[in-house]
Design a binder for this molecule. Sequence first.
Ligand SMILES: C[S@@+](CC[C@H](N)C(=O)[O-])C[C@H]1O[C@@H](n2cnc3c(N)ncnc32)[C@H](O)[C@@H]1O
Length: 227
Amino acid sequence: MKSESTSEDLPSEIKDHYRERLNKYTRRAFQMIPKIENPHILDVGCGSGVPTIELAKVSDGEIIGIDINQSLLDKLNRRIEEEGFSDRVKTVKCSLFEIDFPDEGFDIIWAEGSIWIIGFEKGLKEWRRLLKPNGFLVVHDEIKTISDKLEKIPSCGYKLINHFSLPKDAWWTEYYRPLEIRIKGLYMKYRDNSEALKILKKHQDEIDLVKRNPKEHSSAFYIMQKS
Ligand SMILES: C[S@@+](CC[C@H](N)C(=O)[O-])C[C@H]1O[C@@H](n2cnc3c(N)ncnc32)[C@H](O)[C@@H]1O
């Protein structure tokens, strides 16, 4: 893990470390897309960019990550530089409700953990114009209402190429449980830092919610092609 120098840095640095354990599913979804040379990829709601960096590693593409949170984008920008991707990965502060890019500019739109903000159906419809003909949209979203979502895909102008669910307890065993163990250790380390403790408590509350029903907190990838 990178430095934990300030309480402001704390949550995203810790979370990213464990979030990377789920990158194997990002890779699996990416492999379901036919090979495209130098794809132009838009990562919607990229946050601090764990999947963005993974996409840069598995592709030779040019990637734009968009998010409304500038401090997360600043973290991603530092990571882009550290990993040596500055020539082909960049970030733009922008709301996913108002994506201001020309029509048909992207081969792939990638959205992990962000489509719920606009809604599955609306996101599919509004982002379609940004894709080149036959371009791909990959969404990682909660598993609830999976059959409704699968049904909506054709009427939103896409063909379903593939989909898969993460193992039912993947988020618990691979992310939340190790995160909880780490946070418990940090309570000791930051016992005199009230700001850090407040942040840790916020994250522990989220973990407690998942802990009550780990299998509820499951997710799926949808790999779609513009039709
Ligand atoms: C659950 S995180 C997902 C981050 C990253 N894609 C991942 O999978 O690790 C959701 C992200 O959506 C961003 N977000 C929330 N509302 C947004 C909006 N209106 N426009 C763009 N991004 C937004 C948040 O700042 C956050 O980074």
